[in-house]
Ligand binder design. Sequence first.
Ligand code: RIB
Ligand code: CA
Length: 325
Amino acid sequence: MTAATSTNPAAPVLVDTDCGEFGDDGSALVIVARSPRQLRLIAVTSVSGNVWAGEAAAFARRAIEAAGLDAIPVYPGAALPLIRNGAMVRVAGQRWGDNGYRGAFDRPTIAWGDASAAIQALIHAADGHQGKLTILALGPMTNLAIALRLRPDLEGRIGRLVFMGGNVHVPGNTTQSAEFNFWFDPEAAAVVLRSTIREKVMFALDITNKAPLTRALFDRIVAADTPVTALFRRDYGERYPGFLRDCNATGYLWDELAAAYLVDPGFVTGEKREYLDVETTFGERYGAVIPLDRRLAPDATAVRVMTDLDLERVTTLLVTKLTTR
Ligand code: RIB
Ligand code: CA
């Protein structure tokens, strides 16, 4: 299976991901890679989040190749979030607690590469698609924030941002206040939510909490024996949430929902528009989604917060995309 050619009217998409061993990022990449009629995957940029950006690039490349695409450029991006560092993670954990999952901050530090190619790829993609580019952001928003700061005019050149991150009216999943992608880089998330990008489609915990990944769904997917389902089975079965060692394990569809929206937006059955910002004061609510004081960003566009879904419709899409040979 190969990506559609450039003459194809499929929507150009750049995916920014903190892909771990496979996980929700890997599933999301497979959904995009296996939807060539609707989507033309032009590049992938990686960012530190679940793992360090250099690792995420390798894992993302592996997921895409398992899906049958091998000509997609994958650029390792920003190694560290804009402000947060390991010392702040430790101090915050001691003072205010967290749920124990700190992603890359719990992994051995690795040598950093040159992230400029990733930022350039983001900028080039936005410049090259005359407002038609969709950016699918599946991790902390560090790369996107840097690109917007280097080239503020990009805010008007990006057609659509669809992202997984944040928690608007529900608790966080990394601290009580913050969802992981926003927790990892609150400042970057604030830059993006305050931007004038014309369409910002948010898959926050408000909707992903309504999409459990159950043992039954795991079994539907691993019933097929393919390179993709082998990666899926090893990660979801043996690592997180560990279905093969704990039959009561459960996870959530996070990044998968954002990716599925590009293919079949009709599975979303409810949304609301809100002007949003992110708490960037280092404290108990660091990384929380907060209402935007519009005096601070008068041109900020509203965020389309997805709130409800047809779960069977999106899980059927996921199973189909992951089990295709
Ligand atoms: O909170 C869920 C998000 O954090 C997902 O994007 C998952 O991959 C992790 O990055
Ligand atoms: Ca992710």
